[in-house]
Design a protein around this ligand. Structure first.
Ligand SMILES: Nc1nc2c([nH]c(=O)n2[C@H]2C[C@H](O)[C@@H](COP(=O)(O)OP(=O)(O)OP(=O)(O)O)O2)c(=O)[nH]1
Length: 333
């Protein structure tokens, strides 16, 4: 399924699949959610939950899904094909923020389903949607949900009060936030080096290209799910292998990553990045290239975008690449 140019495959995790809610899910969802144990933890749901109201909600989120405003999934057990809960994310494009919520049917509690679904959707959303943070709210007496959020890397950042319809009262709540670099423990490309780092860092040699088309736009690639800093935009390229020249490495990477053939003589040195990440020091020449063969196509599941000079600021690029932006704007204008 493709929504707003974003492909939304069913997302699998362990023995479960997250797939976009469909109208026919209503009967299963209603029988599972219309339960005081579940509803009392959801701020916007009344109890009892009339089926027509749920039907209206499913209709409205289907419309929102078509426009990329929100993504609501049924969580299915792969063996039984039964729905066990729901998880959804609403996109606030202005603030590049996602708001996430979930519930699991009472009879499936204690099976880590919420953590698995939350981890899966959070990772997918940060890598594929136009958001940089995900926000979640949990009632303070919802200890299970708070534990799930913390387990998935969400950091608590404040407290407040919200009205819970089913309880007909305001409840104290805690707010949580997930940032991109919180999501991949052990694979961080942290933006900030650790304080007092005393041991010298390994120098990582990477080479990248600014491919510029005849309309004066340049090609950016989005780091796909599974890579460190997934969702950040970068210039196509990659690590230089031992014994390789930067030009040969770049020609190889462009072929492997986007199926583009470049002749090394068409690669003009432009500038370089020398940037300290938390666990390595990046040294990366950037070449400009106006001539190549083949239409760039994503070979590694990454999104590609042709970007004009005045659109460049809308793309969150890797920290090391930030100094390139004003130089490239000058080049493109
Ligand atoms: N290709 C490319 N890499 C960049 C850019 N800016 C930047 O910081 N990098 C970093 C990200 C990676 O740590 C490294 C490039 O490694 P790579 O593309 O060959 O390998 P990778 O992402 O699979 O590596 P990893 O970080 O997942 O281990 O350089 C850029 O504009 N283009």
């Amino acid at each position: 399924m493709t929504i707003n140019n974003v492909s939304v495959p069913p997302l699998t995790v362990d023995h479960y699949t997250l797939r976009i809610i469909q109208a026919e899910d209503i009967h299963s969802i209603h029988s599972l959610i219309n339960d005081w144990n579940v509803v009392r933890m959801l701020s916007e749901v009344p109890f009892p939950y009339p089926k027509p109201l749920l039907e209206k909600w499913i209709d409205s989120v289907s419309n929102e899904t078509e426009t990329g405003q929100s993504y609501h999934f049924s969580i299915l057990d792969n063996t039984t094909q039964q729905i066990v809960g729901c998880i959804g994310l609403r996109v606030d494009s202005k603030d590049q923020l996602g708001k996430i919520g979930y519930w699991i049917a009472h009879k499936y509690w204690g099976q880590q389903i919420a953590s698995k679904a939350l981890q899966r959707l959070s990772t997918w959303a940060l890598a594929n949607l136009n958001i940089n943070y995900i926000h979640a709210t949990a009632a303070d007496d919802n200890l299970a949900s708070i534990a799930v959020l913390k387990k998935c890397g969400y950091q608590s950042f404040g407290q407040g009060k919200e009205k819970f319809l089913a309880r007909a009262a305001e409840q104290p709540v805690s707010y949580f936030l997930l940032q991109r670099e919180d999501i991949c423990p052990g694979k961080k490309t942290s933006l900030v080096p650790p304080p007092n780092a005393s041991t010298p860092k390994k120098i990582l040699l990477v080479v990248a290209a600014a491919l510029i088309d005849i309309d004066g736009r340049l090609l950016l690639a989005r780091r796909p799910e599974g890579k460190s800093m997934a969702g950040m935009w970068e210039f196509p390229g990659g690590k230089i292998e031992p014994g390789e020249t930067p030009e040969a490495a770049l020609a190889r990477e462009l072929k492997e990553e986007i199926n583009v053939d470049v002749s090394q003589s068409c690669l003009a040195p432009f500038t370089f990045a020398s940037h300290e990440y938390a666990d390595f020091h990046l040294l990366m020449p950037l070449y400009v290239c106006h001539k190549w063969k083949n239409l760039p196509e994503p070979k590694e599941n990454q999104q590609l975008a042709w970007v004009s000079a005045d659109e460049l600021d809308n793309y969150l690029v890797m920290e090391a690449d930030k100094p390139f932006i004003p130089l490239l704007k000058d080049l493109l204008f």
